[in-house]
Design a protein. Structure first.
Length: 291
């Protein structure tokens, strides 16, 4: 009997000290995961910079592309145009859709559930499927051909669920007391949304737009089927173009311009960093003005 009591006391003592045993293990796991992620990111970025920076030459930034200089300047400009055009199409639709779902639709509405499920489903569809849809609908059915406009609309459909869901989450994070205070002062729903709710949700909305920009800049498969691979500046919205990611794919697939491919990757990396830095600065500035 005494042995059983002693055993039971030991079990209770071990159970009481379980946090002392588990805490160091969890702390090590967290630090190991953070270090692993940081190492992978630094390794990838460092590898690209080491392989690409030595081959950044003035010929890569000439205005016209040919087989001798394989200039990336037309693709760089096309990337900026494609990004701006797709955001102009998708951002208003995504933001206003989220405003309706959060501010106007009734809670528990069947339409809201259907739209959210559709957005989550569209977010998980591979980009090659979007490319095939864009080719069949915009390129063939509408007769736009391989063009800047077809690629921009395809990318807009791709990033629309992302912008809508992030905007919805940003609007839901705004406290209801803001709305109630605005209503109490006599403001209508429309004025409350645009004067009180949206300014408070701007940082979250910009975060979604930053993620959308990252997906647009790095997209390749969908643009090959819709925008084409012509390495020159577009003469119009119905002209075929290539972006930096498509430019990289073409250079690497040919196997003759591996060094120039790494150089293009460096430029693409710097472009993404600049866009993210600028967007983050704007978000902080807007959030500071609201405070």
């Amino acid at each position: 009997m005494k042995k059983l009591k002693k055993l039971w006391k030991n079990i209770k003592r071990l159970w009481a000290s379980r946090y002392k045993l588990v805490s160091p293990i969890l702390r090590f796991a967290v630090w190991f995961a953070a270090a692993a992620v940081a190492f992978i990111i630094l390794f990838l970025v460092g590898y690209i910079l080491v392989k690409g920076i030595p081959h950044l030459t003035p010929s890569l930034f000439e205005w016209k592309y040919n087989s001798e200089n394989v200039s990336l300047m037309p693709a760089l400009i096309n990337t900026v145009i494609m990004t701006v055009l797709s955001l102009v199409i998708a951002a208003p639709l995504g933001i206003f859709s989220a405003i309706y779902l959060v501010e106007y639709a009734q809670r528990g509405n069947l339409l809201v559930s259907v739209v959210r499920m559709a957005a989550e489903t569209l977010s998980g569809i591979p980009s090659i499927v979007y490319g095939l849809f864009g080719m069949l609908f915009f390129v063939v059915a509408l007769g736009w051909g391989l063009s800047l406009l077809a690629g921009a609309f395809t990318l807009a459909i791709m990033i629309l669920p992302l912008i809508m869901r992030t905007t919805e989450e940003a609007l839901l994070s705004v406290p209801d007391t803001y709305r109630e205070g605005s209503f109490g002062l006599g403001a209508g729903r429309l004025r409350t949304v645009f004067s009180v709710v949206l300014p408070s949700a701007v940082p979250g909305i910009l975060a979604g737009i930053i993620l959308a920009v990252g997906r647009v800049v790095g997209e390749t498969a969908a643009l090959i089927f819709t925008a084409g691979t012509v390495a020159k500046l577009p003469a119009g919205f119905l002209s075929s173009t290539r972006t930096l990611s498509v430019h990289m794919y073409n250079l690497s697939s040919e196997g003759l311009y591996v060094n120039q491919t790494y150089s293009t990757a460096v430029v693409l990396l710097l472009l993404v960093v600049c866009i993210n830095t600028l967007s983050g600065f704007m978000a902080k500035k807007i959030a500071g003005e609201q405070v």
